[in-house]
Write a protein that binds this ligand. Structure first.
Ligand SMILES: Nc1ncnc2c1ncn2[C@@H]1O[C@H](COP(=O)(O)OP(=O)(O)O)[C@@H](O)[C@H]1O
Ligand SMILES: O=P(O)(O)OC[C@H](O)CO
Length: 498
């Protein structure tokens, strides 16, 4: 009998394939970064064919590491950067344009146009989302309007739309030879085209945005057997799909109402399980689908999305050449006692939750002749912690639930300076689990639940274990002083661009 479950984790910066055992521990990992393409200010693109090639390569790498064969895998799950938007030709399998990455702001003018009639929240009740360049619907409209011939072919079903999950499943299940054109409810809930209550594409929104239904994938649950993989996973059931932030919610075993996690990757995303009805936000959070297992009811979540977290560390590395590797930031930041008065607001794609200000732009404030690159490194890490505090404050206001601890995961949580500062600035303990690859784990759980590899969520809760806990150690007056400075810097960054 197969002893493992595999998960493809296709993130903003890299693709991974991780093999897990029944205890939810990692058996082997393949990982490969892909190119970030920035053709103009505000534009962020990925080459979807490179992503597919990397996905095949990392599957091979992880299997080879332990001499595994496809038959050793009971199922595979897929989790992905959400919202990133792609169209391709059903007959050739070729993308018609680079994928528009979730951070891409080129549709801002279209957002403004739609907001003129009814405001930014006109689709909130149906979709849980404000009008913003972040989501897929208007990105898809841009592609259909700007790629010659795309709209006509989309209307006849010859051009297909997908987020990265859909693209990977289509390729994995045969591509031009009859690949499945599907997505799951969590990814669909990020398009701004799905109605949160019917869990189907919303005809009114499709007609408002002028999107032909024929190019959209079928919406399925997050945990069921969708088909069998071909290629280097031939015969393995594909049985789980979750957007990466929802996958982390599942990987952190947040199955009870009120349980929450915060994932620190390229961006930073806090999700709280809010149960079986959509929970509206008055404080700038998103209402989204958390997961839906098989024919069970959908479970919803409140989400605080932060566009730039680890991406700021990458920017210091790649654009300023301040560090060689992302992990060097901790040593540099630790070489000084504090931020030396420097504050960074990384509003590179505007500011998401709770501000939703697309005209905000990044700034570095508080500079004096005293400031060094070490102070900037420290301020860069602190920016993630301050943004998380804004989101947690919004969660508390919206739900009345006061957090007793924050479960963390993602690539940045190896940074212990950040973890301590996070606990200090929240005045809430921060907990890191043994497995921080919770995104991949969540997708593996979804696939393993569908195929009976795991018996149910109780078994998954048993798998969760603490690695380390940080308790708040900052005095209240210092915390409030630092927060006031952060709020001042944010107010200066808002409405910067025309
Ligand atoms: N030691 C570190 N300290 C701070 N940030 C880090 C560290 N190691 C990695 N990162 C950041 O974490 C991010 C990668 O995390 P990951 O969860 O793999 O992201 P994603 O899924 O968005 O591709 C990168 O933006 C990188 O700069
Ligand atoms: O790939 P990540 O981890 O940066 O996550 C991206 C999010 O899904 C965007 O909504």
């Amino acid at each position: 009998m197969a002893q493992y479950v595999g998960a493809i984790d296709q993130g903003t910066t890299s693709s991974r394939f991780i093999v897990f055992n029944k205890a939810g521990s990692i058996v082997s990992v393949g990982q490969k970064e892909h190119e970030q393409i920035y053709p103009r200010p505000g534009y962020v693109e990925h080459d979807a064919l490179e992503i597919w090639r990397n996905t095949q390569a990392v599957i091979q790498e992880a299997l080879a590491q332990k001499g595994l064969k496809p038959q050793d895998l009971a199922a595979i799950g897929i989790t992905n950067q959400r919202e990133t938007t792609l169209i391709w030709d059903r007959r050739t399998g070729k993308p018609l344009h680079n994928a528009l990455v979730w951070q891409d702001t080129r549709v801002d003018p279209i957002v403004e146009d739609f907001a003129k009639d009814g405001g930014y929240d006109r689709l909130r009740d149906k979709t849980g989302l404000p009008l913003a360049s972040y989501f897929s619907g208007l990105k898809l409209r841009w592609l259909l309007d700007n790629v010659p011939g795309a709209r006509e072919k989309a209307a006849s079903g010859d051009v297909l739309f997908g987020n990265i999950d859909t693209w990977l499943v289509w390729n994995l299940t045969g591509g031009v030879n009859g690949g499945c054109h599907i997505t799951d409810v969590t990814n669909a809930s990020r398009t701004q085209l799905m109605n949160l209550r019917t869990l189907d594409w919303d005809e009114e929104i499709l007609s408002l945005f002028n999107i032909p239904r024929a190019c959209l994938p079928q919406i399925r649950s997050s945990s069921e057997v969708y088909g069998e993989a071909t290629d280097n996973l031939a015969g393995v059931p594909i049985a789980g799909i979750l957007g990466d932030q929802q996958a982390a919610l599942v990987g952190q075993a947040c199955f009870k109402q009120g349980e929450a996690k915060n994932t620190y990757g390229t961006g930073c995303f806090m999700l709280m399980n809010t149960g079986e009805t959509p929970y509206p936000s008055k404080c700038g959070l998103l209402t989204t689908v958390g997961y839906r297992f098989g024919q069970g009811k959908a479970v919803y979540a409140l989400e605080g999305s932060i566009a730039i977290a680890g991406a700021l560390v990458q920017w210091l590395r790649d654009n300023l050449g301040m560090i060689e590797k992302s992990s060097d930031i901790e040593t540099l930041a630790r070489s000084v006692e504090d931020n030396g008065g420097v504050t960074i607001v990384p509003a590179f794609s505007g500011l998401y939750a709770p501000h939703w200000n697309s005209h905000a732009r990044g700034l570095i404030g508080g500079l004096t002749r005293y400031a060094t690159k070490a102070h900037i490194a420290r301020a860069a890490l602190e920016a993630t912690a301050f943004q998380t505090r804004e989101v947690l404050d919004a969660m508390t206001k919206d739900t009345g639930i006061i957090a007793t601890e924050l479960r963390t995961d993602g690539g940045m949580v190896v940074n212990e300076l950040l973890m301590q500062f996070q606990a200090d600035i929240l005045d809430v303990p921060v907990v890191r689990p043994k497995v921080i690859e919770t995104t991949a784990l969540g997708a593996a759980y979804a696939a393993g639940l569908a195929t009976g590899f795991w018996s149910g969520t109780d078994e998954l809760v048993q798998n969760w274990a603490v690695d380390k806990r940080w308790t708040p150690a900052m005095d209240a007056s210092r915390r409030e002083r630092l927060n006031a400075l952060w709020n001042k810097a944010v107010s200066r960054s808002l409405d910067w661009a025309d």
